[in-house]
Design a protein around this ligand. Structure first.
Ligand code: GLA
Length: 378
């Protein structure tokens, strides 16, 4: 980070006028509930993406990243998405510009250098960190004051246009609103957020399953099943349905839709129960809810896989871990483990040596600090 303004100046021969920073996130409970107007518990993590920016006189975006040893690429802002090459990271940012323009804002030309320490494709949402860092910088340059829910909506739009997954806003809101050492409770029916401290001494260990997920197919498919269940019950969203209603309408819906809705209703309740438990400082209860959540993913929502299950099964027989589950979209990606900070490194090492065949590199893993959300650095 400290080198970013100097690196920007070396590339663009002028200092940045704005530097913004945004973190990755982990989903603690409330799996796939965000796009079902449900409840989530998440946190921002200490892996951050920094974005240095300065306005330009012409309507173009000059985009560079410290991850690539190449000169800035130039994209016109007159019709940004039309010029985004498929699969290029610029898609996320040109998507942000397009979303702002579609809301009637004039996006000025800008030069950008990003520097991200958020591991990519590791399940901690490096894309949301990138989007929210750049968007925070961009709206500051434009002197726009938009509420977090609107910034998240812009990021979600960019993400769905860039990647094709019809995701919710959990990743963006967590990256924006997270608070150090706290869990973030979000109610997606209203967009309201609140925080609850994680009792001191506890941390999350993240362990990648090594299975890469493509969210475009299964994710969208599960989303349709949730919508089908809501439709069969005659409600606008699953948030309005009860377990009794679900059981009553079971014969009127496909088995997948029933399973998905059962998971979502269960997840909403587990978030409520976790908030109660946090209020009493009962971390073990939060852990048990995490194991229950994984079980529900595995059997009802069917977004787990053997590799994720194997990791969570290890966690369940290790007394140092009070709870573990898949986190995020699923179908691969990461698991999270709630352990005491004093046990975390040793637990992580033991888990990895148990899981990793002698001739393979261990998958990505980390002890995650809970950090603040997006902010302007200068
Ligand atoms: C991904 C999506 C989020 C959310 C989670 C599952 O991370 O980007 O919007 O739906 O999956 O809870």
């Amino acid at each position: 980070m400290s080198h970013l303004p100097a690196s920007f100046e070396a590339i663009y021969q002028r200092p940045p006028t704005v530097v913004a920073s945004a973190p990755g996130r982990i989903e603690v409970l409330g799996n796939h509930t965000d796009y079902n107007a449900g409840l989530t518990l998440s946190c921002a993590v200490g892996f951050r993406c920094d974005a240095a920016m300065a306005p330009l006189d012409e309507p173009v975006a000059l985009l560079a990243s410290t991850a690539f040893d190449t000169p800035p690429e130039r994209f016109p802002l007159t019709a940004p998405l039309a010029f985004a090459p498929r699969g290029h990271w610029a898609n996320y940012l040109l998507g942000l510009a397009t979303a702002l323009q579609e809301r009637g804002h004039t996006v000025p030309g800008f030069a950008l250098l990003v520097d991200s320490a958020v591991p990519r494709s590791a399940g901690v949402s490096s894309s949301a960190a990138l989007e929210m860092a750049v968007l925070t910088g961009l709206v500051s340059m434009m002197q726009l004051d938009l509420p977090p829910i609107e910034l998240a909506r812009i990021g979600q739009w960019a993400e769905s246009r860039a990647v094709g997954a019809q995701t919710g806003m959990l990743d963006q809101l967590s990256s924006l609103c997270g608070q150090r050492d706290h869990l973030l409770l979000t109610d997606f029916a209203s967009g309201a957020t609140d925080t609850a401290p994680l009792p001191p001494g506890w941390v999350f260990v993240a362990v990648d399953s090594g299975v890469k997920h493509d969210l475009t197919v299964e994710y969208n498919d599960r989303r349709r099943s949730c919508e089908a269940a809501a439709e069969a019950m005659g409600v606008a969203t699953l948030r309005e349905a009860s377990l009794e209603q679900l059981d009553k309408h079971r014969p009127a819906m496909p088995a997948e839709a029933y399973g998905c809705a059962k998971h979502i209703l269960g997840e909403n309740q587990r978030v409520r129960d976790a908030i109660d438990a946090l209020g009493r400082g009962d971390v073990e209860r939060v852990g048990r809810l995490m194991f229950e959540s994984h079980d529900s993913s595995r059997h009802h929502f069917r977004n787990s896989c053997p590799e994720l299950d194997r990791i969570v099964e290890y966690a369940a027989q290790d007394a140092r871990c009070v709870g573990a589950r898949l986190s995020g979209g699923g179908f691969g990606g990461i698991t999270i483990h709630l352990v005491r900070g004093t046990d975390a490194e040793r637990y992580r090492g033991d888990l990895l040596s148990h899981l990793t065949p002698a001739d393979s590199p261990p998958p990505w893993s980390a002890v995650c600090a809970i950090d603040d959300g997006a902010k302007l650095v200068t």
